[in-house]
Design a protein around this ligand. Structure first.
Ligand SMILES: Cc1cc2nc3c(=O)[nH]c(=O)nc-3n(C[C@H](O)[C@H](O)[C@H](O)COP(=O)(O)OP(=O)(O)OC[C@H]3O[C@@H](n4cnc5c(N)ncnc54)[C@H](O)[C@@H]3O)c2cc1C
Length: 421
């Protein structure tokens, strides 16, 4: 059955302006403490569900009047899929997710396969949980339907966090310059341009990385024959790379092209004319160019990130996901790490429910090293993927001479992570 959370999410009622304390009492599932979460992205939704499993109630404050995701795919690697399975979402996700058989890494210009990393059953055997690819809308719908079905979770839509006040007793959040919500903690899961981060850390805007992502989908039967399998593909070449993977039981294919460009696109999610990508891929192997030509509509996203922060929690307020540690998508881990964060945060709060500030500090301590490594590795991969000639020839030689096992081993620190480790 297709989840339809939009029809059923009940807008949580705010307190009267200025009211204090009513939300900070005993949560719906019995623990002291009600958690306010800013943002209903992957991180915020997963956080509410993982908190509920540990006995905490929560209210998600989402600025959008309706939940919607961009029409593109996302890879959910085993380090995150095991948490979605633990949440009991396996059956719902199985309706939509595809487990690609392998990742084929190719040289952009020659089309030569440099590496084949087995996924599918091999990922389950190696990591104990699947490597999925899924349409973002489907993932968001499954998470939102689970939140809606969970009595300890509420979502307030059209609720934009504008400010908060925190003291030793509680946090009071003002949304839309009008309504207030109170809780015993605030989690800023409000994305790369986080308002909670701005108010909490005041450390400036994220940096434009010099990369622009173009995202689109196409019908599977329009995909060039050489690329029409159950594999994911990653093509790397001078100044650009290209990723593709099947979605929705293989009926459509997700295509992402990322190019190095100093020309900052004016806005996020801007659609752009067909053919505008061609100059970046001139001279690439024919199947790559055909794939690009087959996408009927592109959305263009300038990519932003930040250097790792030394801290992101203060008192009863913390950050999670892109708000805490935005990374470039070159290891496809931003969504996965947001889910990981949520699991570690819920565990830290459950371990010290009477010391919220201490719990948030231990959550941050537990996450800082790994997420910083992700941010750095993503930037490094960007440089490696986009190398120009002649260093790219050495890179290609190194990649193709590596054994599949040592190539896979290099991913173990990412995919083999477990929340209780
Ligand atoms: C091209 C590309 C490909 C990617 N591929 C992958 C991949 O394959 N795998 C992977 O794991 N990750 C991938 N990522 C990264 C991933 O998309 C993000 O890291 C992830 O979506 C972050 O989730 P989040 O919940 O932290 O933030 P977001 O998804 O940005 O959610 C933030 C939410 O907060 C809301 N909000 C913002 N401000 C406020 C406010 N003031 N008050 C209330 N609500 C607010 C927003 O409306 C939004 O709903 C990719 C990213 C890009 C750009």
């Amino acid at each position: 059955m297709s989840p339809n959370p939009q029809s059923a999410i009940t807008n949580s009622r705010p307190e009267a302006a200025g009211a204090r304390g009513s939300g900070a009492g005993r949560g719906a599932t019995g623990r002291e403490g009600h958690v306010l979460i800013a943002g209903a992205g992957i991180g915020g939704l997963a956080c509410a569900l993982l908190l509920a499993r540990r006995g905490f109630s929560s209210t998600i404050l989402e600025r959008a009047p309706k939940l919607s995701e961009i029409g593109a795919g996302i890879q959910i690697s085993p380090n995150a899929s095991h948490l979605l399975l633990e949440l009991g979402l396996g059956a719902q996700l199985a309706e939509y997710a595809v487990a690609p058989e392998a990742l084929l890494l190719r040289a952009g210009r020659s089309g030569k396969i440099l590496q084949r990393m087995e996924l599918g059953a091999a990922a389950v055997a190696r990591y104990g949980s699947p490597y999925w690819v899924v349409h973002r809308t489907d993932l968001q719908n499954v998470l939102a339907a689970a939140v809606e079905a969970e009595p300890a979770c509420r979502i307030a839509l059209g609720a934009q966090l504008k400010s908060f006040e925190s003291n030793s007793e509680q946090v009071v959040v003002t949304v839309n310059d009008r309504d207030t919500y109170s809780g015993s903690a605030l989690v800023g899961a409000d994305g790369v341009r986080s308002s909670v981060r701005r108010l909490l850390l005041g450390d400036g805007e994220p940096e434009f990385s010099g990369y622009i992502a173009w995202r689109g989908t196409m019908a599977a039967d329009a995909v060039p024959e050489e690329l029409a399998g159950r594999e994911s593909g990653l093509w790397i070449g001078p100044g650009a790379h290209l990723a593709h993977f099947p979605l929705r039981s293989g009926r459509i294919v997700n295509v992402v092209a990322i190019v190095s460009s100093d020309a900052l696109a004016p806005d996020w999610g801007e659609s752009c004319e067909l053919g505008a990508l061609d100059p970046f891929f001139a001279g690439w192997a024919e199947p790559a160019r055909d794939l690009i030509a087959g996408v009927g509509q592109w959305l263009r996203w300038p990519l932003f990130d930040r250097a790792p922060a030394s801290r992101w929690s203060r008192g009863r307020v913390t950050l999670l996901g892109d708000a805490a540690h935005p990374a470039l998508p070159f290891i496809a881990q931003g969504g996965a790490t947001a889910i990981e964060d949520a699991a570690v945060l819920a565990r830290a709060l459950a371990a010290a429910p009477d010391n919220i500030a201490g719990a948030l500090h231990s959550y941050e301590e537990a996450r800082k090293g790994r997420t910083a490594q992700m941010q750095r590795q993503s930037r490094r991969n960007g440089r490696i993927f986009h190398m120009s000639s002649p260093v790219n020839l050495l890179r290609d030689w190194r990649l193709s001479s590596m054994s599949p096992e040592s190539f896979a081993e290099r991913q173990d620190w990412i995919y083999g992570w477990r929340a209780d480790a």
